[in-house]
Design a protein around this ligand. Sequence first.
Ligand code: ACO
Length: 475
Amino acid sequence: MVIIVKIPEIREYVIEKLEYIFNPRSVAVIGASRTPGKIGHEVVKNLLEGGYKGKIYPINPKAEEILGLKCYPNIKEVPDEVDLAVVVVPAPIVKQVIKDCAEKKVKGIVVITSGFSEVGNREEEDEIVKICREHQIPLIGPNVVGVLANKSKLNASFAPDLPYAGKIALISQSGALIIGLIGWTWLHRVGLSTVVSIGNKADVDFSELIIYFAEKDPATNCAAIYMEGTDAGREFVEACRRAAKKLPIVVLKAGFSKRGELATMSHTGSMAGSARIYGAAFKQAYVIQAKNLEDLYDRALALSLQPPLKNDLVLVITNGGGAGVLATDAAEKYGIPLQDTPKDLAEALKKYMPPFGSTKNPVDLTGMANEAWYYGAVTEALKHPEVGGVVVIYCHTAITEPMKIAEKIAEAGKVAKEMNKPLIACMIGGEEVEKASNWLKEQGIPSYPIPDRAMSAMGALREYGRILERIGYEK
Ligand code: ACO
């Protein structure tokens, strides 16, 4: 018996055919159930409710129709080509279903079903992978929530909603995390293009997905990855290096503790490996690391909305001294220690503060700051040739309306865009401030509730800037 341990190499047919999975003209759901609440029923419902415009074919030998759609007893009886087959039958039936899919010449397969290598059933998993590879059909899974893509309004999963739209592709080895993180995208306006649950990654691994998003998917400009482990490390490094010019890649690696390693083994059948080995590989792969889930989204959001930071002179502009100090500490932590404000800029900034303000970096406009001062100071800084980027911090005061401040920051964002420099906001306060902060993100300005998170985001933009300095900017 051949044991299939990893992808044999980065396969161009997989990269080409992934488009059929994320942008299919037709989807068959094999194991579409008549019973609401069963996964096979919810996948069909999600396809319909998500607004997918292609053809949907439920497959179930016991049903005539499901949710108003004609049912077929077997995929081979569908009178049309099928691009994507989503498999939701119990594990013992999966192999036969995969054979049927191969005969039907489907272009891509997603297997939601659990009960394979994660519980020691390696043999059956290898057999289905073998069939897929023989027929050059990329397979995602098994043991996944499914795939979701905003460009095709495809919710081929049992996650309740499509994510808030944006340009980040989220690739996750955990399915349940994905479901939770989709909720976050709406709550915090973190825009995703695509969500892929890769589960046991028996066939398609991180590598080919990364190259697909970098080279074949204009809807994506950043990848955020939740990783437990990979046994295709060499291919992962190769793929990330190939993608790095076009696609910043942020990875949250889990399972570094002793018990964490055991947990990843039983969750997705992956070896977690040591932090040292992964750290070295990530460096070699031009990967930007995140320290937790929040940081994964924070860093990916900045990378998806803003250009890389090309030099280390970041100016912090605030109306609160304490917030400025916190930002200063964080700047050091994330590898961009604050430098002095250039003399001519310091002079120019005096127009936007009372005599007791400070033009030193962090620049303190004081609690008297209004939206006009914010706009003036931020744009003045962005236009200065020595400044690489700006972090603008706002603490809610009684003399300002958060939304008006946000509007001026968004206006300054247009100047940042012209100058091709990153602008990041930090808005500290209650509900009204959160609303303004979310609105800012909708306008393309990453915004965070504390200085540490804003600075981590700017740090990620600097890391990507350094990567591009090393490998060359895209022409
Ligand atoms: N072809 C098509 N349909 C078939 C076939 C066949 N050959 N044989 C049976 N079916 C139908 C069944 O009749 C049933 O439809 P019905 O309800 O209308 O009768 C449907 O397929 C589903 O089959 P069931 O036997 O009812 O299976 P059930 O829905 O209970 O479970 C499932 C199937 C969901 C795939 C289950 O085995 C499983 O793996 N669940 C776990 C999924 C999961 O959690 N994935 C990982 C997510 S990641 C995370 O962390 C959350």
